[in-house]
Design a protein around this ligand. Structure first.
Ligand SMILES: [Zn+2]
Length: 85
């Protein structure tokens, strides 16, 4: 059944990492978010809060950081700088 095989290949291309910029239709797109970086920031702020005895302030900064991380679209176009999901 050659037709079925072609369908499977097409589906894989569509579901792949070929993201496309909605603004300029470029394929030159990078993931702008890093969970590891977020973890480092959160731990650093927590450590700084402990060091200066300002844990409530540290938690506030962490919450704001998490909200910004959540709101920020995951992908950024390297051609026009547009961010999108
Ligand atoms: Zn673009």
């Amino acid at each position: 059944m050659p037709d079925d095989d072609e369908d499977v290949i097409d589906a894989e291309v569509v579901d792949g990492s070929l993201k496309r910029c909605p603004e300029c239709e470029s394929y030159d797109v990078v993931r702008g978010k890093s969970a590891a970086l977020l973890l480092v920031i959160v731990l650093s702020v927590y450590g700084a809060g402990l060091a200066v005895d300002q844990l409530p302030l540290a938690f506030l900064v962490i919450v704001v950081t998490l909200v910004i991380y959540y709101v920020l679209p995951a992908f950024q176009c390297r051609d026009c700088g547009s961010r999108f999901d």
